[in-house]
Design a protein around this ligand. Structure first.
Ligand SMILES: O=C(O)c1cc(=O)[nH]c(=O)n1[C@@H]1O[C@H](COP(=O)(O)O)[C@@H](O)[C@H]1O
Length: 237
C-alpha cells in the first residue's frame, strides 16, 4: 500500500482515574477518534465496570500490557473478553509461548470471530538506546523492535505497538499485514513529557502508521475537542 493510500486513524488515550473525566473526554472526541484507549491507570483506579461504562458502544483499546507466564496471560485474556475490546496489548518480551497462549485464549473466547486485535508492545516509546542498555539489551531500539516484531508476528499477534521511528523498517520487513500502532505522537511544538521516540501525526502517517495514539496533547489541551480535531485534520491532509 502506498503511503498516500494509507488511512491513519486516531486513538485517544483517556489517561485519568476519574470516570466522569474519561466520559467527558470520550464525548469531546466523539466522531474524531476512531477508537478510545483505556489503560492500567483508569482500570486500576476505577475498575472494569467503569471501563465498560466509559466505552459504551465505542470501539475500545484496552491497554493493559499483559506480561506474565503463559497460563496466567491466557486466563487474563479470557477474563477480559466480556469487555469485547477492539484491541488488547501485551508485552512481546513475555515471549513466544506467552503470546501464543494469549492468541489461543482469544480464539477460544471469541469462537464466532470478531475477536480483539492482539497488539504486541515492542520497545516502549519512553525508552531510548541508553534505557535499553540499562535493562541488558545491547542493541539499539530499532534492532530490538524488529527482533520482537518478528517474534510477535510468528506467535500469532495481529499487530505491534512501536514508535513511529521504526515504522518504515517494520513495513519493509513485514509488509502491510501487521496493524502498526504508534504512541509517542506529538504535534509540532508540543511538550514531549516522558516520551523519547516521538514524531508528529503527519510524519507517523507518512511513515506507515495504521493508528496513532495521542493522550496528553489532547486531554491536557485547553480545548480537547479542538486539539483532537486538529490532529485528525493533520492526518487527513
Ligand atoms: O501501549 C501503549 O499504548 C503505549 C506504548 C508505548 O510504547 N508508549 C506509550 O506511550 N503508550 C501509551 O500511549 C499513551 C501515550 O500518551 P501521551 O504521551 O500522553 O500521548 C499512554 O496511554 C501510554 O500508556
Amino acid at each position: 500500500m502506498s503511503d498516500t493510500a494509507r488511512q491513519t486513524g486516531l486513538i485517544v488515550a483517556l489517561d485519568t482515574q476519574d470516570p466522569a473525566q474519561a466520559k467527558a473526554w470520550a464525548h469531546a472526541v466523539e466522531g474524531v477518534a476512531g477508537v478510545i484507549k483505556l489503560g492500567m491507570e483508569f482500570a486500576y483506579a476505577a475498575g472494569f465496570q467503569a471501563v465498560a461504562d466509559v466505552a459504551g458502544q465505542r470501539p475500545l483499546f484496552l491497554d493493559l500490557k499483559l506480561h506474565d507466564i503463559p497460563n496466567t496471560v491466557g486466563a487474563a485474556v479470557k477474563a477480559l473478553s466480556h469487555l469485547r475490546p477492539r484491541m488488547l496489548t501485551l508485552h512481546a518480551v513475555g515471549g513466544a509461548e506467552m503470546m501464543k497462549a494469549a492468541r489461543k485464549a482469544c480464539d477460544e473466547a471469541f469462537p464466532e470471530g470478531e475477536r480483539p486485535l492482539l497488539l504486541a508492545v515492542t520497545v516502549l516509546t519512553s525508552m531510548d538506546n541508553h534505557a535499553l542498555a540499562e535493562v541488558g539489551v545491547p542493541d539499539d531500539t530499532r534492532t530490538q523492535v524488529l527482533r520482537l516484531a518478528d517474534l510477535a508476528m510468528k506467535s500469532g499477534m495481529d499487530g505491534l505497538i512501536c514508535s513511529a521511528h521504526e515504522l518504515k523498517a517494520l513495513r519493509e520487513a513485514l509488509g502491510d499485514k501487521p496493524v502498526l500502532v504508534t504512541p509517542g505522537i506529538r504535534p509540532a511544538g508540543a511538550a514531549k513529557g516522558d516520551q523519547k521516540r516521538v514524531m508528529t501525526p503527519a510524519e507517523a502517517r507518512a511513515a506507515g502508521a495504521d493508528w496513532i495514539v495521542v493522550g496528553r496533547p489532547i486531554t491536557q489541551a485547553a480545548d480537547p475537542a479542538a486539539a483532537a480535531a486538529a490532529i485528525a485534520a493533520e492526518l487527513a491532509a
